[in-house]
Design a protein. Structure first.
Length: 465
């Protein structure tokens, strides 16, 4: 894993300084071989390695953007980057990485002190201070207040949010395992901390999205579910006919490419294709009939033939033999750069957890839940619930860098919003209402595609149903 210290030291070892933008570029890609490529392009008289020394790099006023031919780069989640599940030590590394990185984002806006230092010293009692920690327990008191236990590497402390204070509304949205900062005061005896303000990693208010410099558009869809009896084949054919006559540059699919086998009890009764290999072969034929000069990016979901734990690997090569060459398979989550515009693809299974943990959240309106992920800068904070998470030395579910477009699926209901310059799209589905959805009173919005202009980032919804 490449971190800032490792990168800087590598250049210092050969008596070179390195610009922060180069460090940011290398950290985001986490590929040690890129350092060697940069060093090969550095002239002998160089003192500071800057972005101009990165092969194939283009810079814009708001940061560094890599624009290789043909203007597509898998920034995160490339096929083969997901590691296997480690031992107990992986959990420790995973959550420490989460705390350090998300806590670092909060520290850019608030100076914080360790929990241990606050507990051991009485001189801070009654004085306003800020703590940063991971939420390990949440309770509602008998009086209706919110009690949250915070943990940092030095200790734990209970934080009380009074229901009569303005902060209570924000405190009611706090969920397990997210990293937050809390400003407040310690009680006179030091046994509890009274929270007055909550800080989250969040997208900076000053964030300005990058817009592409070349003409092009990307179509966002999700949850095709090939093989299901409720797959809307005629609706898909209308979509395919439209895309064949349009000038779309990219097609991005955010998971559940096929319906799979054995995903839930009794599923075999609802399948039109009962062989998972044939499900993928059918999808391959569908992709082959689309324009060959359009780039197609496909990520997996919980119905695909990959492990359920996130991050999920890309669909294995044994299922991909009949797909055309313009298809790129990525992991879940993945970040791809299209003409410099960053798209974050995440299937969205953690929405199930958020609905159970956040008051007022519902499947009918996924857009606020996507905003919540951006505020927490994490795709699936709550551990040990409906979304299985595979711990690794690096928490790959942290949202960093910030994308221009955040693309999810899973809930089969379209959602569209913009949060601090980030366009949030839940694309819906290509599957009609299932028996399970009827039982849960979930009404999907099938047959829709969202077209995003890469120059303006303006979205446009097309309904093919």
């Amino acid at each position: 894993m490449l971190d800032t210290k490792t990168i800087v030291q590598r250049f210092l070892d050969i008596k070179l300084q390195v610009h922060p933008e180069v460090v940011q570029y290398l950290t985001a890609r986490d590929d040690p071989t890129l350092i060697d490529q940069i060093l090969l392009s550095v002239p002998d008289d160089t003192v500071v390695v800057s972005v101009q020394h990165i092969p194939g790099l283009k810079t814009e006023r708001d940061g560094v953007r890599f624009l290789p031919d043909p203007f597509i780069e898998v920034v995160q989640g490339a096929e083969g980057s997901t590691m296997g599940v480690g031992g107990v030590e992986s959990f420790s590394h995973h959550f420490r990485d989460r705390y350090n990185r998300l806590g670092g984002m909060i520290r850019t806006r608030a100076h914080a002190m360790p929990i241990e230092a606050l507990i051991k010293s009485s001189r801070f009692r009654g004085e306003p201070v800020t703590l940063i920690g991971m939420v390990i327990e949440i309770k509602n008191t008998s009086n209706g207040h919110r009690l949250v236990h915070l943990e940092d590497p030095t200790g734990t402390i209970p934080v009380l949010f009074n229901k009569g204070r303005d902060v209570f509304s924000d405190a009611s949205q706090v969920i397990y395992d997210e990293v937050i900062g809390v400003r407040g005061t310690q009680s006179p005896k030091g046994e509890i901390f009274f929270g007055d303000q909550i800080y989250r990693p969040d997208v900076p208010i000053s964030h300005a999205p990058y817009a592409g410099t070349a003409r092009g558009s990307a179509v966002l869809i999700s949850d095709i579910h090939v093989g299901s009896e409720t797959f809307l084949e005629e609706t898909w054919e209308r979509f395919a006919a439209w895309i064949g006559s349009s000038r779309v540059s990219y097609l991005l699919v955010a998971g559940d490419l096929v319906d799979g086998i054995g995903i839930y009890p009794g599923q075999e009764k609802e399948l039109s294709i009962k062989d998972v290999y044939e499900q993928y072969n059918t999808l391959a034929r569908m992709m082959t009939r689309l324009p060959s000069d359009m780039r197609i990016i496909l990520a997996p979901g919980n119905h695909d033939v990959v492990r359920g734990a996130e991050p999920q690997p890309a669909v294995p090569s044994e299922f991909l033999g009949k797909f055309p060459g313009n298809c790129t398979f990525v992991e879940n989550p993945a970040m791809v750069s299209l003409q410099g515009v960053r798209f974050l693809l995440y299937h969205g299974r953690s929405i199930d957890d958020a609905i159970g943990l956040i008051p007022g959240a519902s499947y009918e309106n996924p857009a606020p839940l996507m905003e919540g992920m951006l505020q927490r800068r994490h795709l699936a904070p709550a551990y040990g619930r409906k979304t299985p998470i595979a711990p690794d030395h690096k928490d790959r579910l942290i949202i960093d860098p910030i994308p221009e477009v955040f693309h999810t699926g899973h809930v089969h209901i379209q959602g569209l919003t913009t949060y601090r310059g980030v366009l949030c799209v839940n694309a819906g589905t290509w599957q009609a209402q299932t028996a399970f959805q009827r039982q849960m009173n979930v009404n999907p919005t099938p047959g829709r595609a969202v077209v995003v202009d890469l120059e303006t980032l303006n979205p446009r919804t097309l309904d093919f149903l």
